[in-house]
Design a protein. Sequence first.
Length: 75
Amino acid sequence: MSEGLTLASTWDAVDDVVRFLWLVTSRHLPEWVRHPLIAIGLTLLVHEGLQWLRTRFGESDEGNRPVQEIDSSVR
């Protein structure tokens, strides 16, 4: 008999990652390293959240691009 590989659920994996990050950032790093890492992490989280909202509610990237004008003068 062979035993199957048991995978953790997505939420279990997220919980493990959050616990690891909490332990690293709360106890084992000096403040001068910890605070910039927390700021960068929160900035990335907000950026990804806003990106998700843009794609979720249908704002396309094409609306942000300038329109190129074509020179149609005939010589």
